[in-house]
Structure formats: structure tokens, C-alpha cells
Design a protein around this ligand. Structure first.
Ligand code: FNR
Length: 189
């Protein structure tokens, strides 16, 4: 069965290494996964004042999530947590109350930093948020990527064999996770 994965890149940077990582993951993913980016950069800051009448950007976000089978988060770590832009997008998608777009959705988390800890703390923070949002997270493998210059080319080719295998295995596991979750719990449309 083929699945469509919506992916969030948690960085707004024009030179984002997490966007590069996302490209690599897409290249290495099983052929029966299709990908669509869910953009976050044009969202205003969320306020409950919008709940009665979501602006077009908020409606587009929720529509985009409704149209995919699963969500992949590829995020940097900012100050040992997730970037505000990504948290803002999650807040938008989780509301209005009773219309949480992440309810039961299969999800995976991965991230890259030039540093040594590979976004581990950001991912733990994101997992807590997604847990509250009732997403069905893949718990293993975890993907803490220390991305040194040259490890992934700009168009997403991985230059190191063991990293390439790790990322490829990660996506195979995610595909299987999506299938398992949706077999037990098909998404409501
Ligand atoms: C960082 N960076 C960073 N790195 C890390 O490993 N742990 C951290 O807590 C932080 N904190 C942090 C805060 C802020 C505001 C910035 C701008 C950066 C460095 C970060 O990993 C690096 O800039 C990455 O390149 C960010 O990912 P993108 O934007 O290139 O995808």
C-alpha cells in the first residue's frame, strides 16, 4: 500500500541543514512513500482569538495535514528545545479544541545539528508535545544526526555509507510503522 507523508522542516533558514536531511530521507525512502512538505513559514503567531475564524494560513495547514497519511518532523534544536516556528505550527494544527489535526496520526521525528548531540533534547521536547497531541509516534529507531559539512550534498545524496544505511533503515521502519498504525486505526477524513 502507498502512503503520503507530510513533512515539516522545523527551520526557516534558507541554508537549513535539516532541509538537506529531509531531501536525503526522501531520496532514501521506500518507493511506496510519497512526500509533500507542509510549510510553516507564513503562519502568524497562534492566538485562541483565531479559533472562531481561522485565517487562510491556519486553514491551509489543517487541510494539508488532513490530506496526508502520516507526518515526519525534521527539526533543528534551538536552545535545547524545538524552534518557535515549529511549535507555533503545531499549536495551530492542534486547535480549535476538539479539532486536533494530529489525533492518532502516525508520526516520526528526526533532526540534524552540526553539534554532537544530534538534536536529542529538541526531539525529546517534540515527543512530549506530540504525545499530548495524541500522535502515534514511532519510538525506535531514534535519529540524532550530527551533520558535518559534506555528509549530505545539497540535493540530498549521502556520502557516508553507514549514514546512508541508517537513514534508509529509518525510513523503512517509518513506512512499516505507518502501515501498522493505519491497519489498526484508519484515519478519519
Ligand atoms: C542553535 N543551534 C543549536 N544546536 C544544538 O545542537 N543545540 C542547541 O540547543 C542549539 N541552539 C540554537 C539556538 C539558535 C537560536 C540557533 C540559531 C542555533 C545551532 C543549530 O544546530 C544550527 O544553527 C543548525 O544549522 C540549525 O539547523 P538548520 O536551521 O540549519 O536546519
Amino acid at each position: 500500500m502507498a502512503f503520503t507523508v507530510g513533512y515539516f522542516v522545523g527551520s526557516l533558514s534558507s541554508t537549513s541543514i535539516n532541509r538537506t536531511l529531509a531531501k536525503a530521507l526522501i531520496r532514501l525512502a521506500p518507493a511506496d512513500l510519497d512526500f509533500v512538505e507542509i510549510p510553516i513559514k507564513d503562519l502568524p503567531l497562534y492566538s485562541p482569538d483565531f479559533d472562531a475564524d481561522y485565517p487562510p494560513e491556519g486553514q491551509a495547514l489543517k487541510r494539508a495535514i488532513a490530506q496526508v497519511d502520516a507526518i515526519l518532523f525534521v527539526t533543528p534544536e534551538y536552545n535545547r528545545s524545538i524552534p518557535g516556528a515549529l511549535k507555533n505550527a503545531i499549536d495551530w494544527a492542534s486547535r480549535p479544541w476538539g479539532q486536533n489535526s494530529f489525533d492518532h496520526i502516525p508520526a516520526a521525528v528526526i533532526g540534524a545539528t552540526p553539534g554532537a548531540i544530534g538534536t536529542a533534547l529538541a526531539q525529546q521536547a517534540l515527543r512530549a508535545v506530540l504525545s499530548y497531541c495524541n500522535a502515534r509516534q514511532m519510538t525506535a529507531p531514534e535519529g540524532y544526526i550530527s551533520l558535518k559539512p559534506g555528509l549530505i550534498t545539497e540535493d540530498g545524496a549521502v556520502t557516508n555509507e553507514s549514514t546512508e544505511k541508517f537513514l534508509s533503515d529509518f525510513m523503512v521502519e517509518f513506512r512499516d510503522h505507518i502501515e501498522r498504525v493505519l491497519t489498526v486505526l484508519p484515519r478519519r477524513s
